[in-house]
Design a protein around this ligand. Structure first.
Ligand code: NAP
Length: 454
């Protein structure tokens, strides 16, 4: 029996587990999906915006994999030198597939980036998604205008959540504290700012259009700014996705003025952040962001013009992409933020490391939508199955869970996760809402301990 540990229960981890058990090439594969959190689903639970119910419902597909009798979910198990060392994990399984994503955010590297009131978008996302490691709060407290730096899908998510009203947030599974804070938010002006042109924005058209459908929210674009981009005037040479974005923006630029709305989203382009400035009356918090006007350099990039513009913001969300972090005992390409690999096989010092694999963002970098993880995981699974004969030559314990327990670890198993789900439904019912997520370690672990019969 080939025993595989998959580290990470987000989409790439679950698709890897699915690929390993739903095949006939190597019979009898058993997969343990480990996660440092007591809850499965990775970014589907802790990254997909709470108002994106349809994407969130992907959890049902992931659930059916984790409920397969050949797959076991083991939550609350952290791989690391002071927890379960990677070397020990390797002893317990024939193969280990790391599907740990990109755990941190990229930095801007400009003065003032760390001022109070300036956050990475991932900190904001973690807060409203109830990530138990999220310690921050007070994002919107006292803020009237916000700047979101970056024009990817995460930037669109955080912009949309800032612009949503209570009535739309109430049905989501957002934790009660975040809902209360956002309901009291007085942020009415949100600028989402790209350093390059509209034809180079990274958001997808469906997500962009959604901004235009927000109730009581006006979208403002300046046609003169959009026209700085030659591909805006003539989008015929653009890839279809970018052309559709341009068409949506063009529609907004030419739309007749609408009735004044409660909130305004300004989509800005060709502005490069150079400094975050303290506000005059903000008590040391950020008060504005200084941008340098850029122009296309003719090669897909931009150059500065030496002209500057300050945009008021008492809340700044830096949404400039995720970044992988080095893993205990694994090689790491610091430039790309990924683990070097060949078709999913980890490469150490130029040679393939037997029995170690990667899939998802730690393999290819933080790009693509959830579905992109399917072919990515498939490639890794194909490599692993090709190696099966060699992997099976090494003896591993009969049941790694027994060995984990003997080491003092107490993984949260599927029944524990189901108990968390029940607790979240009960909490929702008690608050007159639907499901409401538990936002901290203590309440998650207490709920997990209340398994049936426990
Ligand atoms: P992203 O798509 O890589 O976008 C990053 C943005 O930050 C780009 O606009 C980039 O501009 C900008 N940027 C990078 N460095 C910058 C700097 N120093 N100064 C100013 N701007 C800078 O990253 P993301 O939004 O974090 O998304 C990550 C992945 O998750 C993407 O594949 C995304 O599609 C996916 N995702 C999907 C959904 C969904 O499907 N609904 C939701 C969320 C996330 P340049 O292009 O100029 O570098």
């Amino acid at each position: 029996m080939l025993r595989v540990a998959v580290v990470g229960s987000g989409p790439s981890g679950v698709y890897t587990a699915q690929g390993l058990v739903q095949q006939s090439q190597v019979p009898g594969v058993r997969v343990d999906v480990l996660d440092r959190l007591p809850c499965p689903y990775g970014l589907v639970r802790y990254g997909v915006a709470p108002d994106h119910e349809k994407i969130k419902s992907l959890q049902n597909n992931l659930r059916s994999v984790l409920e397969d009798e050949r797959v076991r979910f083991l939550g609350g198990v952290r791989i690391g030198p002071d927890a379960l060392p990677a070397s020990r994990l390797r002893e317990l399984y024939h193969a280990v597939v790391y599907c740990v994503g990109a755990a941190t955010d990229r930095h801007l590297g400009v003065p003032g980036e760390e001022l109070p009131g300036s956050w990475s978008a991932t900190e904001f996302v973690s807060w409203y998604s109830a990530h138990p490691d999220s310690a921050a709060e007070g994002f919107v407290l006292g803020a009237r205008s916000a700047v979101v730096i970056g024009v990817g899908n995460v930037a669109v998510d955080v912009t949309r959540i800032l612009a949503r009203g209570t009535a739309e947030l109430n049905p989501t599974d957002m934790p009660q504290s975040a809902l209360t804070a956002l309901a009291a938010s007085r942020v009415t002006e949100i600028s989402m700012v790209g350093r390059r042109g509209p034809s180079q924005a990274r958001f997808t058209t469906k997500e962009l259009r959604e901004l235009g459908a927000l109730p009581d929210t006006e979208i403002v674009v300046d046609p003169r700014e959009l026209e700085l981009d030659p591909a805006y005037t003539d989008p015929s040479g653009l890839p279809a996705a970018n052309r559709r974005n341009v068409e949506v923006l063009r529609g907004w630029a030419s739309a007749p003025p609408r009735d004044p709305a409660a909130r305004r989203i300004r989509l800005r382009f060709f502005l490069r952040p150079v400094e975050l400035l303290v506000g005059e009356e903000t008590g040391g918090r950020v008060g504005s962001v200084r941008f340098e006007r850029t122009v296309p350099d003719g090669q897909g990039g931009v150059t500065g013009t030496g002209r500057y513009e300050d945009i008021d913001a008492q809340l700044v969300l830096r949404s400039v992409g995720y970044r992988g972090v080095p893993l205990d005992g694994l090689p790491f390409d610091a430039r790309l933020g990924t683990v070097p690999h060949l078709a999913g096989r980890v490469v150490r010092d130029g040679a393939i490391a037997p029995g170690e694999y990667v899939a998802g963002w730690i393999k290819r970098g933080p790009t693509g939508v959830i579905g992109t993880n399917r072919p990515c995981a498939k490639e890794t699974v194909t490599s692993l199955l090709q190696d099966a004969e060699m992997l099976l030559r090494r003896e591993v314990p009969e049941d790694p869970l027994v060995a984990l327990r003997a080491q003092g670890l107490t993984p949260v198993e599927w029944a524990g996760w189901q108990a968390i789900e029940r607790a979240e439904a009960e909490l929702g019912a008690s608050l007159g809402r639907r499901i409401v997520k538990l936002p901290d370690w203590a309440s998650l672990l207490a709920a997990a301990a209340r398994t049936a019969g426990a």
